[in-house]
Design a binder for this molecule. Structure first.
Ligand code: PLP
Length: 230
């Protein structure tokens, strides 16, 4: 199967899951995760019509941006150190992985220099796993309030990575919890905060995530196959 074929299959599955959930298929955007893939693979997917890509690592993103020939949009989805924010300033249209105020402040500072606003999602560690980054559910509201005061950062929604399950149904309660948290925040009157995006679901569980309200699904290996060593 070619990248274009795989992409077509995933798009069909996204559409089917949306329809099953009574949702508009266009309300779900596919973020193709190109980490550990060659720039040419991004160009192939772009020529097949995919324009939105997600990267996890700063160095890899920076070099890929300069090597990809097609016109594409990048989202940063991996864990991010504050001292590396400067390198991706202006290169990405959204950062999915904001999980602490110090990081949001540095994003604000770097985007301010460009005279632009950075769209962000607040990452939530719904299951409270020690090995995963993300705000705890309990600290989320205060974090959102604090980030909302930064003029060059705009919160668009929430993101999560649930624990891994062989059966995608295992992830459903975590997706549902993220959606509930998003509604809880949407009910608070906080200026500068939108709760329109839910970034959840990967190759193994994106259909379940769509049923639970995902607006951004992050899919890598189902499109590119196994990741290459770079
Ligand atoms: C790698 C990665 C993905 C994609 O995972 P696949 O299982 O390859 O689809 C999605 N989100 C994040 C944050 C990732 O690191």
């Amino acid at each position: 199967m070619s990248i274009a074929d795989n992409l077509g299959q995933i798009e069909k599955r996204i559409e089917k899951a949306a329809v099953k959930a009574g949702r508009e298929p266009a309300s779900v955007r596919l973020v193709v995760v190109s980490k550990m893939q060659q720039p040419s693979a991004v160009d192939d997917a772009a020529r097949a019509g995919q324009r939105l890509f997600g990267e996890n690592y700063v160095q890899e993103l920076v070099s890929k941006v300069s090597q990809v020939g097609e016109q594409v949009t990048w989202h940063f989805i991996g864990s991010l150190q504050s001292n590396k924010v400067r390198q991706i300033a202006g290169l990405v249209e959204m950062i999915h992985s904001v999980d602490r105020l110090s990081l949001a402040r540095e994003i604000d500072r770097q985007w301010q220099k460009l005279g632009r606003i950075c769209n962000v999602l607040v990452q939530v560690n719904v299951a409270g796993e020690a090995t995963k980054s993300g705000s705890s559910a309990g600290e989320l509201l205060e974090l959102v309030r604090n980030i909302s005061l930064l003029p060059n950062v705009r919160i668009k929604g929430l993101m999560t990575m649930p624990p891994f399950f062989d059966d995608p149904e295992g992830a459903r309660p975590y997706f549902r919890e993220l959606r509930d948290l998003s509604r809880m925040i949407a009910d608070e009157p906080i200026a500068n905060v939108e709760m329109n995006e839910l970034s959840m679901g990967m190759s193994g569980d994106f259909e379940v995530a769509i049923e639970e309200g995902a607006t951004l699904v992050r899919v890598g290996s189902a499109i590119f196959g196994e990741r290459q060593a770079s």
